[in-house]
Design a protein around this ligand. Structure first.
Ligand code: B16
Ligand code: MG
Length: 216
């Protein structure tokens, strides 16, 4: 029977985590504490507001709501400085090939990302028009691991959740897909993403017949 695919953005289609890191690190520098790449792992798949809270916890800093709003704006401005320079050559290995394959097979796909900048990033890399729908940080009220983002994705695909296959690089995203009763595919470290139904190091590792058995 018919299936559909929901793609996470950061960590699956592009590596924007490195730009988030640079922008958050600048804020940490300004606030006078160290923010490492290891710390940055904690922010993957997490919303912008939650990311700031985690960052401030790491620095042991407590600030007013007003200051928080100010930092959220300045971090995003710095981040935009990086992503407005992104181009198609930043699409991660295997992603374009997979979209081509899905098009050929007539399998529809939507985006399911926590990022409010997702439409901009997809335009930068030339993939915006390929998706049957975009669900991003602007369209949800509850962040992953809440399944909301993927359940809206299923609606956009006009499919039942158990007919949806989610590609995710973050633990919170795999959790969200599992709670939604979807097939979860972990992209990245399989020990970290051990709750996923399937694991692949990256999208180039996906076997040709991967979708065949899911369609029965
Ligand atoms: P923004 P994804 C997530 O993207 C990132 O992994 C996460 O680090 C970021 O905080 C979040 O988007 C929000 O991004 O500040 O652009 O709204 O993995 O869900 O595609
Ligand atoms: Mg991600």
């Amino acid at each position: 029977s018919k299936i559909g695919v929901i793609f996470d953005l950061d960590g699956v289609i592009v590596d924007t985590a490195k730009y988030h890191y640079l922008a958050w690190k600048k804020l940490a520098d300004d606030l006078g504490f160290e923010f490492t790449e290891e710390h940055n792992e904690l922010l993957k798949g997490v919303s912008r507001v939650r990311s700031l809270e985690i960052l401030l916890e790491i620095g042991g800093i407590s600030i007013s709501e007003e200051k928080k709003q100010e930092y959220l704006i300045s971090k995003n401005e710095d981040y935009l400085g990086f992503i407005t320079k992104m181009q198609a050559d930043e699409i991660l290995p295997g992603a374009s090939e997979l979209l081509d394959f899905l098009d050929k097979e007539g399998i529809k796909y939507v985006l399911g990302s926590a990022s409010k900048n997702a439409p901009l990033i997809l335009r930068q890399i030339g993939l915006f028009d390929r998706f049957a729908g975009i669900v991003d940080g602007n369209s949800v009220s509850k962040a992953k691991p809440d399944p909301e983002v993927f359940l809206i994705g299923a609606e956009k695909l006009s499919l039942e959740p158990n007919k949806c296959v989610v590609f995710e690089d973050a633990i919170a995203g795999i959790e969200a897909a599992n709670v939604a009763n979807m097939t979860s595919v972990g992209i990245g470290d399989k020990d970290t993403l051990n709750e996923a139904d399937y694991n692949f190091k990256d999208l180039t590792e996906l076997p040709q017949d991967f979708f065949d058995k899911l369609m029965n």
